[in-house]
Design a protein around this ligand. Structure first.
Ligand SMILES: Nc1ncnc2c1ncn2[C@@H]1O[C@H](COP(=O)(O)OP(=O)(O)OP(=O)(O)O)[C@@H](O)[C@H]1O
Ligand SMILES: [Mg+2]
Length: 509
């Protein structure tokens, strides 16, 4: 036979998705050679050395032929060592050491050690979901990531420790144990989330957090040092509803490509990047695009403490992702989309000295400069702004004056969310904050009395068009929390009260 062609399906990671790549191996008589084509990066080209050693050290034959490996489609950039296994299997099939029929409907993904052992790769869950989408019924991976891959439905995941075992498997002489089901209770010990019961006083801020959680609204807390802003924000994750199955898969998918998971995510992420973070660190990107903090916080909370200290470019970079719930990164000819649906919570002092109000010692100029750092357009994307005052002495002194606990608040939040998901079932929005602008105006109707304060605010120029829609959504959430069918005048008035006046201005007021 002059030549043999083998083809093996595998996957390349693109953002948090996996794209199917076919590894073709052509073996023909001639001077022994081993070439890899199809846009491979250095790590993929080095696969030749690993594959050769892995085969020989597994007592398999490395054919002394002209071997050409093609990774198709050629325009997809291939990076990393995850193609090792597919190349090795292709070589085995092309040299008749495994039956080609066994590779039909069977994808493989793994790095190889020189000794022939399979090593885990990043993105096992997206790869497994990619298999399901492509109609591939079987996936071979290293045992370490098998249970993560097993989160995908209707996929036989084979946990294979090394090449020898894989050959046995493909000959039908060995069957691996099914991987343990990921996310069993013993595996995922939930990390303790601080409780709202620890917070004394600050009833306005508590209310704002509850509204934020109930409708998915972004929130900014402004107040003097030590008022409890950071403390409150850290308790936001504890009052959010637990993730649905789809949301849990979304969260796990991101964890899967950024460094492994311990089964299906049970909790929403809470990310609090330091204010020195770069724009790229916050929204992602780079020559080899990595997800940023906003993607790591997908379906959870992104907390920007000391908002005014963040660089302006970093804050500006947040604008588009906050609006769209995703980050678009373009590299070469390929556009990647990272998910970025977060609940944004931010904290800031009212002015550089932090005191604000009448006792503020900052000059007018310093206050103005501080205010300018919070870009107007970002503030316009924040639904709820609440002002904290220093705790009165009685509240500090009263040892037992703890507030309502997170569990009770979460109960109300979940009830409000249930109303929203039932009402917006056909629109694709999971909560009020996700409702598109057009749908908001169409579907959140106000009677005359409720519409009047809104019209007045627009006429007076204190509300932008975007602000108008945001007030409507917040008012809808307030009605949902109250169990009201229609949005009333009180709901609109309270929602208007949360509209932003940038922090510096309150100090000047
Ligand atoms: N409302 C409160 N109830 C209970 N403890 C509080 C409250 N406010 C502040 N504290 C105590 O003060 C500490 C500091 O609070 P926190 O860090 O939340 O203040 P902050 O408003 O973020 O201040 P800064 O502007 O300096 O960041 C808390 O760890 C807590 O012990
Ligand atoms: Mg703080």
């Amino acid at each position: 036979m002059p030549f043999v062609l083998a083809s093996v399906p595998t996957f390349a990671l693109e953002g948090v998705d996996a794209r199917e790549v076919t590894v073709e191996v052509d073996a023909r008589r001639g001077l022994p050679a081993f070439t890899v084509v199809g846009l491979p990066d250095t790590a993929v080209r080095e696969a030749r050395e690993r594959v050769r050693s892995a085969l020989l050290n597994s007592e398999l034959e490395f054919p002394l032929q002209r071997l050409t490996v093609n990774l198709a489609p050629a325009w997809v950039r291939k990076a990393g060592a995850s193609f090792d296994l597919a190349i090795a299997v292709g070589v085995l099939a092309a040299s008749g050491q495994v039956p080609a029929e066994a590779l039909e409907g069977c994808a493989v993904s793994g790095e190889l050690s020189l000794g022939g052992a399979l090593r885990p790769v990043r993105g096992a869950l997206p790869i497994a979901l990619g298999c399901t989408a492509a109609g591939i019924g079987r996936l071979v991976v290293a045992p370490e990531i098998a249970s993560e891959a097993g989160l995908a439905d209707e996929l036989e995941v084979c946990a294979v420790p090394d090449l020898r075992r894989l050959v046995e498997l493909l000959h039908g002489r060995w069957t691996p144990d099914p991987p343990p089901r990921a996310g069993s209770d013993s595996e995922t010990s939930s990390r303790p989330v601080p409780d709202l019961a620890d917070v004394r006083g600050q009833s306005d801020a508590r209310r704002a957090l509850e509204v934020a959680a109930a409708g998915g609204h972004s929130v900014l807390m402004v107040g003097p040092p030590g008022a409890g802003k950071t403390m409150l924000a850290r308790r936001l994750a504890g009052i959010l509803p637990p993730p649905t199955i789809d949301e849990a898969l979304d969260i796990t998918r991101v964890q899967s490509v950024t460094g492994g998971t311990s089964g299906l995510a049970r909790e929403r992420p809470f990310r609090a990047p330091h204010h020195t973070i770069s724009a790229q660190g916050l929204v992602g990107g780079g020559a080899r695009p990595r997800p940023g903090e906003i993607t790591l916080a997908h379906r959870g909370v992104l907390f920007l403490d000391e908002l005014a200290e963040f660089s302006r470019t970093a804050l500006e970079a947040l604008r588009q992702p906050l609006e769209h719930g995703s980050v678009d990164v373009v590299r070469g000819q390929v556009a990647l989309r990272f998910p970025a649906r977060v609940l944004l919570v931010a904290a800031a002092n009212p002015c550089p000295c932090g005191v604000g109000g009448e006792r503020c010692e900052c000059g007018v100029l310093a206050r103005e400069r501080y205010r300018a750092r919070l870009s107007g357009p970002l503030i316009d994307r924040i639904d709820l702004v609440c002002h904290l005052t220093p705790l009165p002495a009685v509240a500090v002194a009263a040892a037992a004056a703890a507030g309502e606990g997170s569990e009770a608040v979460r109960g109300r939040v979940v009830a409000a969310r249930d109303r929203q998901s039932a009402r917006w079932a056909t629109t694709g929005a999971a909560c009020n904050a996700e409702l598109a602008a057009g749908a908001t105006r169409l579907l959140v109707s106000l009677d005359d009395a409720a519409a009047r304060p809104l019209a007045a605010a627009l006429d007076a120029g204190v509300l932008t068009g975007r602000g108008h829609d945001r007030v409507l959504r917040v008012a809808r959430t307030l009605a949902d929390l109250a169990g009201a069918k229609r949005v009333g005048r009180d709901h609109v008035a309270e929602a208007l009260g949360y509209r932003a006046v940038a922090p510096g201005r309150t100090a000047a007021a």
